[in-house]
Design a protein around this ligand. Sequence first.
Ligand code: PEP
Length: 248
Amino acid sequence: MRKKLIAANWKMYKTPSEALSFVEAFLPLVAGHTRDEIVLFPSITSLATVISRVRGTNVAAGAQTMHWANEGAYTGHTSPVMLTTLGATHVLIGHSENRQYDNETDERINLKVKAAISHGLTPLLCIGEQLDERESGKTEDVLASQLAGALAGFPKEHADKLVVAYEPVWAIGTGLTATPEIAEETHVIVRNHMAQHLGDTANEIRILYGGSVKPENSRSLLEQPNIDGALVGGASLKADSFAAIVKY
Ligand code: PEP
């Protein structure tokens, strides 16, 4: 059984005090909820605040990206050691916004995924096709190529630690959501390709769906057999809305 993971990607929103207010409101709403794993991804300036407030609860916290090196002359970056020292347990890697705006290549993503695993951080590897790629029938090729790039040399013995987030780029922040059928069908494709890289353990890997998930559509998506959770952007910014998704 794959325990579902519901994650909040706050992107570049919320100051530390706003993040703390969210957590104060959110924790009582999900108290005792153990059916699903819950993870918050605040911006780096709020991460310490969020981690210290969720410590000992059923909610975990992680970073929205990181560098792969332990330390070095990389101005503006955060290392895996810095994150684990803070108490972070998860890290988003290869979000489409980073691929689009921050020169996040498959090669860098590959280094980051492997660094996360070697530091005991759970990587949420984000993949997804653009609208023109879906419309021209290239979805499977795009996803296969992103997976091959990200997973080159990935240590198979740690495959169960990997989480993949399938986020069709055309559905992120647009209000457009893949239908549950399209999402399920694509998750099966993703799982089959992961099996080519990682063998039978692919059945243990959680594949989250992301792209305009909200309280109104979370249940129909999360009921699908190969949708093992959700990565939520806009609808995770308010405590009651994110709690409703968690309790779909
Ligand atoms: C995301 O940022 O990963 C995301 C899925 O955003 P939204 O839910 O707003 O589409």
